[in-house]
Design a protein around this ligand. Structure first.
Ligand code: GAL
Length: 664
């Protein structure tokens, strides 16, 4: 494995660059990412490029033996551009346009933004692409396109450029206005359109927008960013022989289909901020009212970050990089907890165990100016080593073990299906407060983590053949193709667990006119007779032979009528609550209620034993286990020693420490 760092030569005097480069090498860093926000320095005036400083920075870093990743700086267009071309600025839903002064204030559908981006990226790649990189000692190893697409809630723009592009997107999708009216059910409330020009982004609506209109806008917005990335990719690829192309993703980011964004890239990289993300995603993931486990105060939430790692690995079903690894405290959460020595090391081990091949720290040295003054780097403001630097040093000492684990095979036996159509359709119509796709996935995720079973979060279209168990907590927008894909997996011997609200919607977000679970009914061998929300405090008892699966069923319940399936659990009323259907060489379970963590744990433990997944005895809260080849990496995110039982032996892991247990 390799370590790297994000560096901003434009923030420091040129005389310092060689010192920094030498110190980076001494710290064991091999890779440096630069330039991803330096548009104003590369093109200080319209069409006038200044490459001198970047040539010099690249030469200095390469001379020290560092490999370079170049970022295209399109997340931060310069003032000369945004002040004169207002159509570049993105609009919020209420029609307010964003201003110059931070970043990501751009519209992905602005032709002007495309033109200026294209010119800049072309000039950049002509200068630093593969052919010329050889001149520079082959040291520019790859490209990062833009920076964190959608970051700072910029995944959707509602401007007039987008309105025009949306109409074209709809024409492509539906062909005729009649087909669109049909697909959206616009007869409701006289929404019927007679001309494409009448259709706008769902902005300024009195009530909620038509859910079909809104889902298509979410898809279109995502496609717009994917297309903007593709525009850059088409410029870079032909000139970047021998160089990789990637983007830095944002973990559990929801407003952009990250599978689509990842598809044309060589591999995924992402930005892992352990102490920031629990605040952002915790409220979406934990059941309402549940406090997170008592981890050490400076480690963040390893389950939330673990789930993000596992999604990043699942995007392309292959290892990933961390492009921005938190090195110490951050500046953008509400408390910005201090970080002690030992914690960045724990984070790096976590990322590595989860499949990170390279870890690039953010950032080299804390900045003296602008928005991120209070953000730490490997070095403090005064250039002296900070906690991350010390941990990096410590990891150099254990480099052989890190490399050993990195080389171990990684094959998660379980897949959790993460589908943006489902996610968005349920965001638009949750029906019950807090019914969120991510939270539903997290119930299963936590249960699997407690058993030490690795899981990939993959899309509905992914190749599922390598997984012993596939869990689709809510396969909500289940088209016939999706059902066929799942059926093929099951017939070939897979075990599929389906949950409530599956098969409910069509591709355009209408309700199916078939008995539920719609297209999945034959596969599940069961009919959902009726469904209902149970208010807080109400529950139905369960009777079942599945060990430890006890009632009450709460929150969301469905009465099932088995057709070809067997009943594994019943409600107190006698109606079926959990069924199992054998299809080909595999089987499908349908769970008719939204489980608690304990219920999901009981069901998964039962299944894991049946299909030979060898779960560990329940791990204590704060202890995570990743199985790589013959090794088990144990990570303790609390301050106290914790014990795991691996291969029948007790292994004690110290607070904020790791332990590697080998079965030889
Ligand atoms: C990331 C971003 C970086 C930096 C960092 C601070 O989201 O990509 O440029 O702002 O956050 O934590």
């Amino acid at each position: 494995m390799k370590f790297g760092v994000c560096y901003y030569p434009e923030h420091w005097p040129e005389s310092r660059w060689a010192v920094d480069a030498r110190m980076m090498r001494e710290a064991g860093l091999e890779i440096v990412r630069i330039a991803e926000f330096a548009w104003a320095k590369m093109e200080p005036a319209d069409g006038q490029f200044d490459w001198g400083w970047l040539d010099q920075a690249i030469d200095t870093l390469a001379a020290a033996g560092l490999q370079i990743i170049l970022g295209t700086p399109t997340a931060a267009p310069p003032a000369w551009l945004t002040r004169t071309h207002l159509d570049i600025l993105r609009w919020e839903k209420d029609g307010r346009s964003r201003n110059h002064g931070t970043r990501r204030h751009t519209c992905p559908n602005s032709p002007t933004y495309h033109d200026f981006s294209r010119r800049l990226v072309t000039a950049m790649v002509e200068r630093y692409g593969g052919r010329t990189a050889a001149v520079r000692d082959g040291r520019i190893i790859g490209w990062q396109i833009d920076n964190e697409f959608g970051g700072g809630h910029t995944g959707r723009c509602y401007c007039d450029n987008c309105a025009a592009a949306f109409r074209r997107w709809l024409q492509d999708r539906y062909g005729s206005i009649d087909a669109l009216n049909e697909a959206w059910g616009t007869i409701f409330w006289s929404q019927t359109y007679t001309d494409w020009a009448q259709i706008n982004p769902p902005r300024d609506d009195i009530d909620k927008a038509n859910p079909s209109h809104e889902l298509d806008y979410f898809r279109f917005s995502s496609d717009s960013i994917v297309a903007y990335q593709q525009m850059q990719l088409d410029i870079i690829r032909p000139q970047a022989s021998g160089q990789f192309v990637t983007h830095n993703f944002m973990g559990l980011y929801l407003d952009l289909n990250q599978f689509d964004l990842a598809a044309p890239l060589d591999f995924v990289t992402w930005d892992a901020y352990y102490t920031g993300f629990p605040e952002r995603w915790g409220p979406l993931l934990l059941p309402p009212g549940e406090a997170p486990a008592a981890y050490a105060y400076d480690v963040g939430d390893p389950l939330i970050l673990g789930m993000a790692h596992d999604l990043m690995r699942g995007l392309k079903q292959r290892p990933f990089w961390v492009m921005e690894q938190q090195a110490g405290h951050i500046n953008w959460s509400s408390v910005n907890a201090g970080v002690r020595r030992g914690t960045p090391r724990l984070w790096c081990w976590h990322a590595l165990a989860a499949g990170a091949e390279t870890i690039v720290f953010f950032r080299w040295r804390a900045t003296l100016f602008a928005h991120e003054q209070y953000h730490s780097g490997l070095l403090r403001h005064d250039g002296s080593p900070d906690v991350g630097w010390h941990d990096l040093h410590r990891m150099q000492v254990e480099r052989a073990l890190l490399d050993h684990i990195a080389a171990e095979p990684l094959q998660a036996p379980v897949a959790l299906l993460f589908d943006y159509d489902d996610l968005w359709a349920l965001q638009i119509q949750p029906h019950r407060r807090d019914f969120h796709c991510l939270r539903h996935l997290f119930v299963y995720y936590r249960a699997l983590q407690q058993m030490g079973i690795m899981v990939d979060l993959v899309s509905g279209q992914a190749d599922l053949s390598a997984y012993r168990l596939v869990i689709a907590p809510t396969a909500h927008t289940a088209t016939a193709e999706r059902a066929a894909h799942l059926q093929q997996y099951v017939e070939q011997g897979g075990t599929l667990l389906l949950g409530v609200r599956s098969g409910f919607k069509t591709a355009s977000n209408l309700v199916t006119d078939q008995p539920l679970p719609g297209t999945l009914r034959d596969l599940a061998g069961v009919k959902v007779l009726d469904w209902q929300v149970l208010p807080d405090g109400i529950g139905w008892d369960l009777a079942t032979a599945v060990p430890h699966l006890t009632g009450p069923a709460t929150y969301w319940v469905e009465n099932l009528e088995p057709e070809t399936a067997y009943v594994l659990a019943r409600y107190e009323s006698g109606m079926a609550a959990l069924t199992e259907n054998w299809v080909g060489n595999g089987r499908v379970l349908y769970l008719g209620f939204y489980p608690t963590a304990a219920q999901a744990g009981a069901l998964l433990t039962h299944l894991a034993h049946q299909i030979g997944l060898k779960p560990l005895p329940p791990l204590p809260a704060g202890l995570l286990a990743y199985r790589r080849g013959h090794d088990t990496v144990l990570l303790n995110f609390t301050d106290e020693p914790l014990t795991a039982v691996v291969d029948g032996r007790s292994v004690v892991v110290n607070g904020r420490d790791i332990s590697v247990h080998s079965t030889g």
